[in-house]
Design a protein around this ligand. Sequence first.
Ligand code: SF4
Ligand code: ZN
Length: 310
Amino acid sequence: MRCKKCPQRAAIKLPQHNISFCKDCFTEFVHSQVAKAIKSQKMFTPEDHILVAVSGGKDSLALWAILLKLGYHADALYLDLGIGNYSVQSRHKVDHFHETVAQPQGATLHIHTLAENEGAGVKELATMMHRPTCSTCGTMKRYHFNRAALEKDYDVMATGHNLDDEAARLLGNVLRWQTEFLDKQTPTLPASVDGFAKKVKPLYRLTEREMAAYAVINKISYIVDECPMAKGSKMLVYKDVLNRLETESPGTKQSFYLKFLDKQAKEQASTGSITSHDQQRLTPCQTCGQPTSMEVCTYCKMMAKAKAHV
Ligand code: SF4
Ligand code: ZN
């Protein structure tokens, strides 16, 4: 099997595009998909400063690598969740990538450790607050990434969500008809005047398989294991269902999510409404100053509960 673009032997077949590529042309293909995402969704310009949320996984490290290769100013933030060996390993991958790839290109890695700053890892904090670990983790991530982007003066925050993540999330929202979440499921969420940073997902056109292949071909060392807390999560079930559909009918994931975006864009153009972080009025949290629709934000309420438990 030959590469579609050059005489070399193909290294990867992409059934949803009916194309095969050699390693170099596949890398170029991934870069072109990211460039297309950035341009078509007005994510950022070469002048902007980007903060990438890195976890040590293939998607976020590949995203950081791609943005640097494309010539963007991209720094990163790693949130150390304190989940035993998983966090030790993922931190190791992030540090290694920073030292060998990002730092030589002038990029900075910021690290926020929950055990040091919040007094405990995410599992322990969740137990103190009587909340599920993943919802506690979600609040911590949203809070710290937004706060870091604003306080460190970044123009935009980028996450490594890929097409599989977005299609699975869309399926979950559609199955429960959570239209309020559907409105916000765009690859670019503009900054709000009340203090939420602009958020973008430059990998939304690329599948999980493509990102894993990109990381391997480009020798990015990443943590292969999923977070142990993800076991039994609905998202993994939705991804599995979509993968089975994809095997039967290549291109299903792509048409499901990208056609949803097309329809959403047409609707917004006809109604003139723009998706923003929240339609509610936001005010600064009385404790920390971060934007919230309540007097005290969810993070500060959670931390007050955790402190009361100690
Ligand atoms: Fe956080 Fe849950 Fe994801 Fe683990 S699986 S990183 S605890 S949200
Ligand atoms: Zn607060």
